[in-house]
Design a protein around this ligand. Structure first.
Ligand code: ATP
Length: 513
């Protein structure tokens, strides 16, 4: 656990030191749970967004993308259920006066049990070596089974109490598990209460005529209310999907863990409209499809798992999370929800307008069902960054910090470095930059010794460095260094583009889907 916390701290400070993520309004001492992306962060974020967008919109002829406004008619949030049901259970500790999400307190408790299981597994793996069978070990080892049973029982009870809105049982559970405030150590808790997560604001010039609005807590409703616009103008036939990326806002009770839980964040959502009765197969399809998207990044299949929901949101008939192994344990990265016809039917009710589709095959009108995929871009950013950050001890005993980003997501694809700042090498290097920049995000760096420049590019996650030396001027060859292996080869300047582009282009990822 201490090691994990240490790794997480390193991720946060690396993000700041290398221009990926800064606390918002830092010179005013920051704003809680709001962050800004710096020069490298914005580029990494854009690359993740592009990967998602292209995988959805470009590769599927029946998925189109839109960009709806953040401000929406306030009744939309009544219809969607957010005004009445978009709540989190909160609990205060009477001694520290700190506020917590009651469900998260219990989940953190369970995470500690899960960490014990992982420890047993790691111990056994070491003991048995090659012959170790993790699945068999987990299903037979009495200690692991006991831990697992305890974790399952707790989560089941939590799910059931939340579903029944039995908040006093959530409190009873916290008391029975003897969960204490992480800050004060006290177990003196208030009752559990519901807290609505939407931010309110006003539209209009004068106080009397101003209209109460909400900042959207999800992008999905912008898709639902445009369902007919898109279907008609795009002549879309079911099944079809509408995708969008954009900001969402939630007044999170406890916003901790860096960009994992923010008050302003970005979502990438896709609503897939289908005939009623086909939701099971499409739900399975999108679960598989989305996992494939993640796995193509090569961040290790053992770092992902599905978590099927016990407690379903007010709109869903099935829901699962794709969880990722963050530095603080397995946590939700993406949600896949079978939303039935809840949203469209509800908008019909509130507007009195039909939001239906005429199905020529069934020869009938109906309100389509929806399966959605919903992922937080910032959370994905954190998954990529924390997985990539690596420290290696080299043969000479020195420590190398390297950001092993999937090359297609790296902010800079290639850095061109003149060995020395004289003898015409900078000019030659600049010529190479001028040629490569049309196809690749290219950086130029001439400051410090070349070894230090390599280290700097390693820390930024740049997959390739090109070094120009005196020989380059004579035979038009350069050294091409690969980030992860640190292997260097002498290649012709004319071959550079061909050698690098294929390995770092987004298409290399998309082809795996
Ligand atoms: P959680 O249980 O962590 O609060 P959620 O189940 O409320 O998340 P959804 O409403 O399903 O989340 O939102 C879809 C995705 O949006 C999540 O999987 C997550 O990646 C992202 N997301 C949700 N809330 C936040 C937040 N406060 N900060 C960053 N990303 C978020």
């Amino acid at each position: 656990m201490a090691q994990q916390a240490d790794q997480f701290k390193k991720v946060i400070s690396h993000a700041k030191e290398y221009g990926f993520v800064f606390p918002s309004s830092e010179i005013y001492d920051g704003l809680s749970a709001v962050y800004d992306y710096g020069q490298n962060g914005a580029a990494l974020k854009k690359n993740i967004r592009d990967y998602w967008w292209k995988a959805m919109v470009q590769l599927n002829e029946n998925i189109v993308g839109i960009d709806s406004a953040i401000f929406m008619h306030p009744t939309i949030w009544k219809a969607s259920g957010h005004v009445d049901a978009f709540n989190d259970p909160l609990i205060d500790n009477k001694v520290s006066k700190k506020r917590y999400r009651a469900d998260v307190l219990v989940e953190d408790y369970v995470a500690k049990i899960e960490a014990k299981i992982e420890k047993e597994v790691a111990k056994a793996a070491k003991r048995f070596g090659e012959a170790f069978d993790e699945v068999q070990f987990k299903s037979t080892n009495p200690r692991v089974l006991e831990y697992q049973k305890k974790a399952d029982t707790i989560l089941k009870r939590l799910g059931q109490s939340l579903e029944k809105e039995d908040l006093s049982d959530v409190k009873a559970l916290i008391e029975e598990l003897e969960i204490s405030c992480p800050e004060s150590g006290s177990r003196d808790w208030t009752e559990v209460k519901q807290f609505n997560l939407m931010f309110g604001t006003k539209l209009g010039a004068s106080a009397e005529s101003a209209m109460d609005l909400y900042l959207r807590p999800e992008t999905a409703q912008g898709i639902f209310v445009n369902f007919l616009n898109v279907q008609k103008t795009g002549r879309m036939k079911l099944p079809f999907g509408i995708a969008q990326t954009g900001k969402a806002f939630r007044n999170e009770i406890v916003a901790r863990q860096f960009i994992f839980r923010m008050r302003e964040f970005e979502q990438m959502e896709m609503q897939f409209f289908i005939p009623p009765g086909t939701q099971k197969e499409w739900y399975a399809h999108w679960k598989e499809n989305r996992l494939k998207w993640h796995l193509a990044l090569g961040m290790g299949a053992n770092n992902y798992r599905f978590h099927d929901h016990e407690k379903l949101a007010h709109y869903a008939d099935a829901a699962a999370d794709i969880e990722f192994r963050f530095p603080f344990g397995f946590k939700e990265l993406e949600g896949i929800h079978s939303r039935t016809d809840f949203d469209l039917a509800s908008h019909e009710k509130y507007t009195g307008k039909k939001l239906q589709y005429f199905d020529p095959e069934r020869n009938e009108n109906y309100v389509p069902y929806v399966v959605e995929t919903s992922i937080g871009l910032d959370r994905m950013f954190l998954a990529v960054l924390s997985h990539a950050l690596t420290e290696e001890t080299l043969d000479d005993g020195t420590l190398r910090t390297v950001l092993k980003l999937p090359p297609a997501l790296a902010p800079t694809k290639v850095a061109v470095l003149p060995l020395v700042k004289k003898d015409g090498l900078p000019e030659y290097a600049r010529k190479i930059v001028a040629d490569l920049k049309w196809n690749l995000e290219t950086a130029y760096d001439e400051k410090d010794a070349v070894g230090r420049r390599y280290r700097r590019q390693d820390a930024l996650g740049t997959p390739y460095c090109v070094t120009v030396d005196h020989q380059s001027l004579e035979d038009q060859t350069v050294t091409l260094r690969e980030r992860d292996s640190m292997q260097q080869e002498r290649v012709a300047v004319d071959d550079l583009k061909k050698l690098i582009v294929d390995k770092v282009a987004l298409i290399s990822l998309l082809k795996k889907l």
